[in-house]
Design a protein around this ligand. Structure first.
Ligand code: ZN
Length: 119
């Protein structure tokens, strides 16, 4: 939460229910990389290449609109995959055909022509 720039007061209330808690000073430690990121970003220098941590945003299912927990790869209600990476081969093919059916039709017609020419 700290590296996602969530205000300290929000983190204290969320984690300990007390804005005056000393727990944050005890348990929060930023790594050198995290401090570098903050300083470079403040100076207007864009960081390239270092992978970000997993998103803390809830994921809404595009099919059934249920809101899933952050980082969910599949919808807990309907089972649809929520990330492009977790699409199965069949789901990717279905999506590609759905988005561009004319391409598949043209391919099938070409294949049919090719077969007829061989006879
Ligand atoms: Zn769903």
């Amino acid at each position: 939460m700290v590296t996602q720039k969530i205000p300290e007061s929000v983190i204290k209330l969320q984690a300990w229910g007390n804005i005056a808690t000393p727990m944050m000073a005890t348990y929060t430690h930023l790594s050198n990389d995290q401090m570098d990121d903050v300083l470079l970003e403040t100076a207007g220098v864009k960081q390239v290449g270092r992978p970000k941590g997993p998103s803390m945003k809830p994921v809404q299912c595009p099919d059934c609109s249920i809101v899933n927990v952050p980082g969910a790869q599949f919808c807990y209600k309907c089972g649809r995959s929520l990330t492009g990476e977790s699409l199965t081969k069949m789901e990717r093919m279905k999506r590609d055909v759905y988005e561009n059916p004319d391409e598949l039709i043209a391919f099938l017609q070409e294949l049919k022509k090719e077969r007829e020419n061989k006879r």
